[in-house]
Write a protein of this length. Structure first.
Length: 691
């Protein structure tokens, strides 16, 4: 069988002896000698084929075909090829046999590695042990060090790209792990590392900065860490990251099979913030084997034409299986050459005068426990905040001067048996609803809190406890008419309750993973829900009918809001983007990117003009809310809508909410604080962007 490489060919299979495709007439031998047998993979930018080299003993090889690129991109491709030639001399990197540029496409021909990749090994043998993970790190970290020494980013490290080379039965030696998948590799210069580039790689293994197109050397270390916890647990990486808390929960699945030492190493490899992560593969190796003393090492040749381009083998080229935990000699790693000091940066321009400023900060939790949600009363008189400490606190927003909060809450509601994930106040200001990790929803009556009772601190009354969910209640919402409560849970269901009778009206099922957020439209006819499987679902409240499913995020959707006019759904995701959807036809209108970490909360101002987004990167961004009628979801156009970035929280922002008059924004954070932000110009007027 010979496979036609023409992407437009409708019948690409041909008999082995053919030189031209019998369907489209294209040449079947690449450069007259490389014959594709069958496709083995396809990505957004390339296709991969198993092939045969007809010119050298019919040995098998791999052809990687890239889609057409701009002239500039093609020139960069040629430069990267020169580096790949050097790297291919390493025993754990496939040899580059040839490269071509035909018509508007580029081709790589690489050595074919006989063996089983680690994803296949996991499927056949089950979860890896600590000893196997240590061995994997011992074999691959030197390869990463070698790549980074040569200023090459791999950008697609995952178990499917790690193949254990098949060894001969007579040798009795175990084959090395070979790192493949270099089609996404990128030559990194100091200039290139500071620029936003193309998003390449597998989203479930990619580091936060790589998802933003700003991959660096630590991004490969992050991806290797994700690969390790997947191999340890057999759980998909998306399910090992709790987007609600912004933390990895892999230890919950690994149990006591992993020592604290290895666990600490993996946790540091998986840090969301680059500066908290290991900065080099060498650093990881030193922690993996703290008793070893490094000695002189050869360095990677800086000139691709140098006669010294062959480097000495690194530790993993010894083809010996290290004991568990294995000792990793560092003596043969390439020496890292310190880059020249960059020129002094020009002094930063003075920041523009803020339009929103922080007016007040209160400590909602004594021990800096995360504040999970915030809500305004309709009269902007009371703010409710929920916390992982199991409480809901009510704050007098008008205490002292306008915009100030008392340092002590008016009331602390502590009836839940576990952390409170969400709180909502009804439109008439008479009811507070809270959802908790104790699997219950509680209803509190606030109608008695008149100004006089506020001053005398008359407490709210617990009216109802709704028990129906079998897992954590992540989000609660009250319909505009005050008659219905919606609750979304990790049990993958949404439950609708009659607020007056506590009757369960029905359960909405359809999410394949935990429900992270629920919200009603302004007329109460529509309910939107967000799910950790990466979708937003739109429901008809009166019938429980699923009207549409919105798909497009690359990870869990953490939050969803609906515009006041009911035309737009806004979603925030683990993939660090905010997407705007046209509710009439379900189309994606815009993608707003700019946050460095997961987007945890979105809120729309009452006039529908401004969007606030809170992220685990500890910032809040304010956007001029674009119309959902135009655009094609292009993230490159997002900056034209950005009005201002608010910084002040020391940890991730978990929730944001606008006051009913739109002049105040309140934010909750993992740092245990609630902040009040005041607009110092008329927010209902036409917004003006930062200069």
């Amino acid at each position: 069988m010979t496979y036609c490489l023409n992407p437009q060919c409708q019948k690409p299979q041909n008999p082995e002896g053919n030189k031209f495709c019998q369907n489209c007439g294209s040449k079947l031998l690449l450069s007259g000698r490389y014959r594709a047998i069958k496709p083995t993979g396809i990505g957004g930018f390339s296709r991969t084929f198993l092939a045969v080299d007809e010119g050298e003993g019919k040995r098998r090889c791999v052809i990687k075909q890239f889609r057409g690129q701009t002239q500039n991109a093609a020139e960069l491709f040629r430069k990267d090829i020169a580096r790949l030639k050097e790297l291919g001399k390493h025993p754990q990197i496939p040899e580059l046999l040839a490269h071509f540029e035909l018509d508007d496409r580029q081709y790589l021909v690489q050595e074919f590695i006989e063996g089983q990749n680690l994803a296949e090994q996991l499927a056949s043998e089950g979860a890896f042990s600590e000893a196997q993970i240590r061995e994997l790190l011992a074999e691959l970290l030197p390869v990463l060090d070698f790549l980074h020494e040569g200023k090459l980013l791999h950008r697609d490290i995952k178990p499917a790209n790690m193949i254990r080379r098949q060894s001969s039965a007579s040798s009795g030696e175990r084959g090395q792990i070979v790192l493949v998948g270099f089609g996404a590799a990128k030559y990194a210069t100091e200039t290139a590392l500071g620029k936003t580039g193309t998003l390449i790689g597998s989203a479930e293994y990619a580091a936060p900065e790589q998802l933003m197109g700003r991959a660096n050397f630590t991004s490969d270390i992050y991806s290797l860490g994700v690969s390790c916890i997947y191999l340890l647990t057999e759980i998909h990486p998306f399910d090992l990251f709790d987007s609600m808390e912004g933390t990895w929960v892999w230890r919950d699945y690994a149990g006591n099979r992993v020592s604290s030492e290895l666990g600490g190493i993996l946790d540091k490899m998986l840090q969301q913030t680059v500066r908290r992560r290991y900065q080099s593969a060498e650093e990881v190796l030193k922690d993996l084997n703290p008793g070893l003393i490094p000695v002189r090492r050869q360095h990677f040749p800086l000139n691709s034409g140098s006669s010294e381009s062959l480097v000495e083998r690194t530790i993993s080229s010894k083809r010996t299986s290290p004991p568990a935990p294995p000792a990793v000699p560092v003596s043969e790693l390439p020496t890292r050459i310190a880059p020249p000091a960059p020129p002094p940066a020009p002094p930063p321009a003075p920041p523009p005068a803020p339009k929103w400023r922080c007016e007040a900060t209160v400590e909602s939790s004594d021990s800096a426990v995360e504040v999970t949600s915030v809500a305004f009363s309709p009269q902007s008189r009371i703010i409710a905040s929920s916390s992982w400490d199991g409480t809901v606190k009510l704050w007098d927003f008008t205490a002292g001067e306008f915009g100030q909060l008392s340092s002590e809450p008016l009331h602390t509601l502590a009836e839940h048996a576990n952390g409170v994930m969400s709180a909502a106040i009804s439109r008439d200001g008479q009811t507070l609803v809270s959802g908790s990790a104790d699997c219950t929803v509680k209803v509190w009556r606030l109608w008695q809190l008149s100004p006089a009772e506020l001053r005398t601190r008359t407490p709210p009354v617990l009216a109802l406890t709704l028990a129906g969910h079998t897992n954590l209640v992540a989000s609660v919402a009250i319909s505009p008419d005050g008659r219905t409560i919606a609750s979304g849970s990790r049990d993958r269901t949404i439950q609708l309750w009659d607020l007056n009778t506590a009757e369960l009206l029905g359960a909405l099922t359809g999410h394949s993973d935990r429900v992270t957020c629920v919200t009603f439209s302004s007329d109460g006819q529509i309910l939107a829900s967000a799910g950790a499987e990466g979708t937003i679902k739109i429901w008809q409240v009166s019938t429980g009918e699923l009207r549409s499913t919105l798909s497009g995020h690359a990870g869990a959707v953490n939050t969803v809001a609906l515009s006041p006019d009911g035309k737009t759904a806004i979603s925030g995701s683990w993939d660090r983007t905010v997407k705007l959807w046209n509710l009439q036809d379900g189309s994606l209108a815009h993608t707003l990117s700019g946050h460095l970490l997961s987007v945890a909360s979105v809120a729309v101002s009452p006039d529908g003009q401004t969007l606030a987004t809170g992220s685990l990167d500890a910032t809040i961004k304010l956007w001029d809310l674009p119309s959902s009628d135009g655009g094609a979801g292009n993230p490159t156009a997002a900056q034209e809508f950005l009005l201002q970035t608010l910084s002040g929280h020391s940890r991730g922002v978990s929730a944001v909410a606008f006051s009913p008059d739109g002049q105040t924004l309140v934010s909750a954070s993992q740092d245990g604080t609630v902040k009040i932000w005041r607009c110092d110009w008329n927010c209902s007027a036409a917004p003006q962007k930062d200069d």
